[in-house]
Design a protein around this ligand. Structure first.
Ligand code: MRU
Length: 367
């Protein structure tokens, strides 16, 4: 992504690998501070995923793949048996970081499979190659989603999005924001409503920042305002991302997505989910099988930001001792979804069939 920091323009990925080190934009600090984190081992990468220095389905998938590559490199001098045990343990650690986005599990599986044949040296090389390939696949998928999604966006289209499914949620470009970038770059006069997305405020902190960097006309709105703008006739299209999509099309995405989908239906608006095929989980038959991450209630009771003196600080917004609940995601039933903008095209209902076809999976071959 092209980023302008203090008047200097740079082209950057959200995260990348330099030998055993993983480097990433520290998303916890955006948009107030721009820092690159260096993670020296798979444990540090796991912690960065858990603490959301890197977040978003595609990006955490790539980070987890890099984590396996790091573990393989860390185990360089070991005997084959110990190497295998070390890498499996690393996979375990990485799998426990965040439960909902399936990209993380897909990436770990891919790298573990790659690291399961040959000598230790060959296994290390394969794990690193596979991790790098996952990053490149992610990049390519975002480009394709941008092109396919752009066909749904007309001139003067007003689009509402929720959370951050932008470049920062992938290697670059994003899922929901990819078509928006393509439409804007092709000269369409679009406007984006970005939901702030409490409690972590990915919309306010990340989506608004990305749209500003890209020069897309936008407005940040509070989560509760989406229905108001839809009812006023000021929204033409909703595009959101996804963290896991079941075989029937039920979709887990950031908490608050479900109500946007219901509101879109009530107001006769198309509701699209943009996601690469790596976000589909064919083993999960319906949304009921998707684990929803329950996060620390402190995220509801406290907010981070900068004060008037530009000091990055944390403030409590509720009374001390307040009980809070903090589900990270919700599931939107497939019936509210108009289509999926994927890297292989726009999938239409009936989703059980179009998803299966897109994944080239024959009935009875689901394992
Ligand atoms: O908790 P996060 O920030 O990792 O949540 C993921 C998301 O950003 C959203 O749910 C997004 O819409 C889909 S990720 C491409």
């Amino acid at each position: 992504m092209r980023i302008n920091i203090n008047g200097k323009t740079q082209e950057l990925w959200t995260l990348w690998r330099e030998g055993v080190d993983v480097k990433m934009i520290d998303q916890r600090l955006l948009p107030h501070k721009f820092e690159i984190l260096t993670l020296h081992c798979h444990c540090e990468t796991a912690e960065a995923i858990r603490d959301m220095a890197v977040r978003g389905a595609g990006a955490i998938g790539v980070a987890a793949g890099y984590g396996i590559a790091q573990a393989a490199l860390e185990a360089k001098g070991m005997e084959l048996k110990d190497f295998q045990a070390f890498v499996s343990e690393a996979a375990n650690t990485l799998q426990k970081t965040r439960p909902t986005a399936v990209n993380l599990f897909h990436a770990i599986d891919r790298c573990i499979k790659a690291a399961s044949k040959g000598s230790v040296i060959e296994r290390i090389a394969s794990a690193c190659e596979e991790a790098d390939r996952i990053a490149l696949d992610d990049l390519e998928a975002s480009k394709k989603m941008g092109e396919f999604g752009n066909t749904l966006i007309g001139d003067r289209c007003r689009i509402l999005t929720h959370c951050n499914a932008g470049a920062l949620a992938f290697i670059d470009n994003g899922s929901a924001l990819a078509p928006i970038r393509v439409a804007h770059r092709s000269g369409k006069r679009i406007f984006v409503y970005a939901d702030e997305t409490r409690p972590r405020s990915q919309g306010a902190k990340l989506t608004a920042w990305e749209l500003k960097q890209e020069g897309v006309p936008y407005a940040l709105i509070v989560d509760n305002a989406a229905g108001y703008y839809m009812r006023q006739g000021e929204v033409d299209l909703v595009i959101v991302g996804a963290d896991r999509i079941a075989a029937n099309g039920d979709t887990a995405n950031k908490i608050g997505t479900y109500e946007k989908a219901v509101l879109a239906r009530e107001n006769g608006l198309p509701f699209y989910v943009a996601a690469p095929m790596t976000t589909f989980d064919i083993k999960c038959l319906t949304g009921k099988g998707i684990e929803i991450e329950e996060r620390n209630p402190d995220e509801v009771n406290w907010v981070w930001g900068v004060d008037e003196d530009d000091v990055y600080t944390k403030v409590r917004i509720s009374a001390e001792g307040t009980t809070a609940l903090n589900p990270g995601f919700d599931v939107t039933p497939a019936r509210y979804i108009t289509g999926f903008i994927t890297d292989v095209g726009v999938l239409k209902p009936p989703f059980s069939r179009s998803i299966r076809k897109a994944l080239h999976i024959e009935k009875g071959n689901v394992n």
